[in-house]
Design a protein around this ligand. Structure first.
Ligand code: AMP
Length: 275
């Protein structure tokens, strides 16, 4: 496994790929959610590239950029086990030099849901992904449905800017008790970790209601709200949307997605499901 630090070195390698390349962009502090993407990529590609970069531009003022967890040694150990070929680990200074002025901004679908609370977040995501696609030049990029809006926004950006990379969405990986795996779960106290279960419990309740024939979103949302409030959670949003356009829906129908963001202690967690 090669650890690549510089853009020119990565571009030199990617200019002459000999085989199909699967790419997994991450911010590190890896868990089984990330590894599931690597394992999916491994089924389809001869060459595996994983990037580790805590992208400063996707954090807003007052967010957790300075405290975002890292553990490079552990990350590299996990990636070595998966037989990853290249770990691309760029520096902030090289990715965003002092005279950096160009942003990739997908409109409208970045201002709803998570974009309401984090208005500059997706601009940071699409900008760094566009850069990474130009540097790594993969055939396919593997991303988690955990960050469902990010996946939809990325597909839109790739389509709009004619990147040839295929974007592959992979299912959410959960802890044994249901909590969606996230690097940010490490911020939670033991009580917070217990309370955080309310996200997956609320999602499970929505699934149960839908199975029993309830299709009215207001009814579903009010049941979910109760569960989250009962666990000391603070709701950012609970939304039912069309899974491609992200347009709001009032009733459960084919192709819809239920999305949820809530604060547990000071940590903002997200979860989602199809209904
Ligand atoms: P991050 O390091 O948080 O930027 O995540 C890197 C990639 O891993 C993104 O495509 C995430 O959607 C994906 N990911 C994070 N957590 C999970 C999870 N629990 N299940 C599946 N994918 C995940």
């Amino acid at each position: 496994m090669e650890l690549i630090r510089s853009i020119s070195q990565m571009q030199e390698i990617s200019a002459s790929w000999k085989g199909s390349v699967g790419f997994v962009p991450t911010m590190g502090f890896l868990h089984q959610g990330h590894i599931s993407l690597v394992q999916e990529a491994a089924k389809h590609h001869a060459i595996l590239v994983v990037s580790i970069f805590v992208n400063p531009t996707q954090f807003g003022a007052g967010e957790d950029l300075d405290t975002y967890p890292t553990n490079l040694e552990h990350d590299l150990e996990l990636l070595r086990r998966e037989k990853v070929d290249y770990v691309y680990f760029p520096t902030k200074a090289e990715m965003y030099p002092a005279d950096f002025k160009t942003w990739v901004n997908t409109e409208i679908i970045t201002q709803i849901l998570c974009g309401r609370t984090r208005p500059t977040h997706f601009r940071g995501v699409t900008t760094v992904l566009a850069k990474l696609l130009n540097i790594v030049r993969p055939d396919a990029m593997y991303m988690g449905e955990k960050d469902f809006q990010q996946l939809v926004v990325t597909r839109q950006m790739v389509r709009d800017l004619n990147f040839t990379t295929r974007v592959v969405g992979c299912p959410i990986v959960r802890e044994a008790d249901g909590l969606a795996m996230s690097s940010r779960n490490s911020y939670l106290s033991s009580q917070g970790r217990q309370d955080a279960l309310c996200l997956s419990l609320a999602i499970a309740r929505a699934e149960e209601l839908t199975k029993s024939g309830v299709t009215d979103f207001k009814t579903i949302r009010s049941e979910m709200r109760k569960i989250i409030l009962d666990h000391n959670g603070r709701i950012d949003y609970i939304e039912l949307v069309d899974s491609t356009s992200l347009h709001h829906l009032d009733t459960v129908k084919a192709g819809c997605r239920l999305l949820l963001a809530a604060y547990i202690e000071n940590t903002r967690l997200i979860d989602n499901t199809t209904l």
